[in-house]
Design a protein around this ligand. Structure first.
Ligand code: ADP
Ligand code: MG
Length: 244
């Protein structure tokens, strides 16, 4: 169980997150909102990569600041800014990440094979990442995030920059990850997440303005059958502003 208590993040005069409180249990959650809404900031705070200005993040009731290294073995995180090493092969990148995550040495080899086969990247595993397509890069990022079978998986815009076919493939792959864990996926593209999410968290200007099932959100906002319409109803102007 993941709990956020009154999370606020300020950058000088800019408030990126304003008093966000949430509780998430197992399932796939879509963090949906336009550019600049605060998705990446929220994910970076949940994963302990940046410190909030105020508030706390709890994992099973314990503050992540006190969990330290243990928390690192609980989470898998694929950042939006792809910190990929282009000269590394996919396999070398994974073994580097496995070391950072503290996966026991004797398990590393089999764990890498497991995640490679999971994302269907065995054949490309010995090629340099620099030569991968956008979809392959996202898949190796997902593979890295699921090393060690984390209970909390945070994927920041895993479908960004992908063509429509690849988007669907990545989405369906995320769906198969579901189980006894929390999966949080950010996007500003409704169709990337609506078909697989247990709940959608709508985020706007640093506030999580609502969270609910796709069905309930559709009923709540404008009696629409379609979350895309709901999204444009809520965020239309901001999306235009963001230049999409
Ligand atoms: P999203 O991921 O939803 O696009 P972000 O979390 O990246 O949104 O950003 C939320 C807001 O915080 C934006 O207005 C952004 O400009 C601002 N912001 C993010 N990171 C920084 C930073 N390092 N310094 C100053 N402002 C930032
Ligand atoms: Mg972002």
């Amino acid at each position: 169980m993941l709990t956020l208590k009154h999370i606020t993040k300020k950058y000088k005069d800019k408030t990126a997150l304003d008093d966000v409180s949430l509780e998430l249990d197992c399932g796939i959650y879509g963090l949906l909102g336009p550019n600049g809404a605060g998705k990446s900031t929220l994910m970076n705070i949940i994963t302990g990569n940046i410190k909030p200005t105020g508030g706390s993040v709890l994992w099973d009731g314990a503050d992540i600041r006190e969990l330290g290294a243990h928390f690192r073995s609980v989470i898998g995180y694929a950042p939006q800014q792809q910190g990929l090493y282009n000269s590394f092969s996919g396999r070398r990148f994974l073994s580097y990440m496995a070391a950072l995550k503290g996966i026991p040495k004797k398990e590393v080899r089999s764990e890498i094979e497991r995640v490679l086969s999971y994302v269907n990247m065995q054949e490309a595993a010995d090629r340099a990442i620099g030569g991968y397509s956008g979809g392959m890069k996202q898949r190796i990022l997902i593979a890295q995030a699921i090393l060690g079978n984390p209970k909390l998986i945070v994927l920041d815009e895993p479908t960004a920059g992908l063509d429509p076919k690849e988007r669907v493939r990545v989405r369906e792959q995320i769906k198969t990850l579901a189980g006894n864990k929390i999966i949080l996926v950010s996007t500003h593209v409704v169709s990337d997440i609506a078909p697989i999410a247990k709940e959608i968290l709508l985020i706007r200007s640093g506030h999580v303005i609502d969270r609910d099932t796709v069905e309930s959100l559709c009923l709540k906002y404008g009696e629409s059958r379609d979350l895309e319409e709901v999204y444009m109803h809520i965020f239309g102007e901001e999306e235009q502003y963001a230049g999409r």
